[in-house]
Design a protein around this ligand. Structure first.
Ligand SMILES: Cc1cc2nc3c(=O)[nH]c(=O)nc-3n(C[C@H](O)[C@H](O)[C@H](O)COP(=O)(O)OP(=O)(O)OC[C@H]3O[C@@H](n4cnc5c(N)ncnc54)[C@H](O)[C@@H]3O)c2cc1C
Length: 425
């Protein structure tokens, strides 16, 4: 990664007041060492601490520093790859079980928010908007597929129906989901961390793991200490870098950018997204947007595989937002930030074991807000001795990305290809 992307995000500016956790100091023993305090690591930590395991979480920066505290906050259904790719690998019945796990991930998130009283602006409702009239038949097929999977809380909207809900003339229809939605991801992440600590987990922030042993008796070393553990969970996702050689190359970091406007007021926001759903278009290079609880437009997209950060991010993003909502083209943009999404070749998350005691899950491919929670929970389940559900997901095979100097130029070329494909489809 050429540069680190650290701008002031809307989420940081509106984060729930929270306790800071001191760095690791000295050598400690634990049942489970968890690397990374994002949704994956914290989900595993919470489950294991609740089950009585001694859990130590090591976070290089602060809780939610990675994708979990920066994302679009969109709680999505299923997998970024779509069902067919999973079915091609695992067969119809097991692919259906995977979809059921993805559905469970949204329930898990909802339950945790309720059980741990996490204040994170949760809201249900999601629109997948099509940019071309020719895509309308595809929406009907998509609904039929979801119906067949047992998820029927969806509705195909024609262009006039969509225009009653959305103040944009860019789209030609949509699939509306009642069982997907949005929230404030950093506040959810902080709430998850609080719940894990209340259950007995210990979190160390500013504790970057510099060296790990992922063998039979795993350990993790930071600048000031070491955790010796019986099990290890690797939840570093796109931010793990080259720490674990066997995982580097399994995912590729892709940068996505987000802006939020100044507060627009209830009347103006109602004219933009009448019922407050999350919205995403169905392009390969997705625009995604939603309203915040304090009436701002939060608009994301413009993935960059080149990992170069535009010098003036807000103005780089403004034309995308203005293309969808010309009526807010000139409003003030108050926050702009970016983060790394970890993608896999086939867009199906990658999980497995590096040894009988070291587990990993990553590569949710832009759709990890809900999924990371279930992958973390399933790693915890496996550590507790019931690995059936984790093993189902870990059967998916993945091609590595090339390493070395051709890595990002190749992805940049792929990106150009998908831009052209979006324009022509
Ligand atoms: C801009 C953006 C928008 C997105 N929008 C959406 C969306 O709307 N909906 C959706 O479903 N998904 C979205 N995603 C993806 C989603 O946020 C992720 O899939 C999910 O948060 C992954 O969680 P995680 O815990 O696996 O990884 P992360 O949240 O990235 O956490 C990894 C953590 O590990 C830590 N770490 C790494 N290396 C070390 C080390 N050596 N030592 C200690 N700690 C380490 C990092 O500091 C980081 O905090 C988006 C991602 C981005 C970046």
């Amino acid at each position: 990664m050429s540069k680190s992307i650290t701008f002031q995000s809307y989420y940081q500016a509106t984060a729930t007041p929270h306790t800071l956790h001191p760095p690791l100091s000295g050598d400690v023993s634990a049942d489970v060492a968890v690397i990374g305090a994002g949704f994956t690591g914290l989900s595993a930590a919470l489950e294991l601490a609740q089950a009585g395991y001694k859990v130590v979480v090591l976070e290089a920066e602060t809780i939610g520093f990675g994708a979990s505290g920066r994302n679009g906050g969109q709680i999505c259904t299923g997998f970024s790859s779509g069902q067919q790719k999973i079915e091609a690998q695992l067969g119809r019945e097991d692919a259906r079980k995977c979809f059921a796990l993805a559905q469970e991930s949204k329930e898990l998130l909802k339950d945790r928010i309720a059980r741990h009283a996490i204040d994170c602006d949760l809201r249900w409702g999601y629109l997948h908007a099509i940019p071309k009239p020719g895509h309308f038949e595809g929406l009907k097929a998509w609904k039929a597929e979801l119906d067949d999977l047992g998820y029927t809380d969806t509705q195909v909207l024609t262009r006039p129906e969509l225009q009653e809900k959305l103040g944009s003339s860019l789209y030609h229809g949509a699939l509306r989901e009642g069982g997907a939605g949005h929230f404030h991801p950093l506040n959810y992440c902080l709430g998850l961390a609080r719940a894990a600590v209340e259950a007995g987990a210990v979190i160390h922030e500013n504790s970057r793991v510099l060296e790990v042993d992922t063998g039979h008796r795993p350990w993790a070393r930071t600048a000031m200490g070491k955790v010796n553990a019986k099990f290890m969970v690797l939840g570093g996702n796109a931010y793990l870098g080259r720490l674990v050689r066997k995982l580097y190359g399994k995912v590729m970091p892709v940068t996505s950018y987000i802006i939020t406007t100044e507060p627009l007021g209830q009347n103006r926001t109602k004219a933009l997204i009448r019922d407050g759903e999350a919205v995403a278009d169905t392009n390969f290079i997705v625009d995604y947007f939603r309203l915040t609880s304090d009436t701002r437009m939060l608009f994301g997209g413009r993935a960059s595989y080149s990992t170069l950060d535009p010098s003036n991010l807000a103005e780089y993003m403004r034309p995308r937002m203005a293309a969808v909502f010309p009526q807010i083209r000139d409003v003030k943009i108050e926050h702009a930030w970016g983060g790394y999404i970890a993608i896999t070749h086939n867009r199906i998350p990658d999980c497995g074991r590096l040894s009988p005691t070291t587990y990993y899950a990553h590569g949710y491919s832009g759709q990890g807000v809900a999924l990371a929670g279930i992958y973390g929970k399933l790693m915890a389940e496996a550590i507790r001795g019931t690995a059936e559900r984790f093993d189902l997901l870990s059967r998916v095979r993945h091609l590595p990305f090339p390493g070395g100097p051709i890595r990002t130029p190749m992805l940049a070329a792929a990106m150009l290809y998908y831009r052209i494909k979006d324009a022509l489809s």
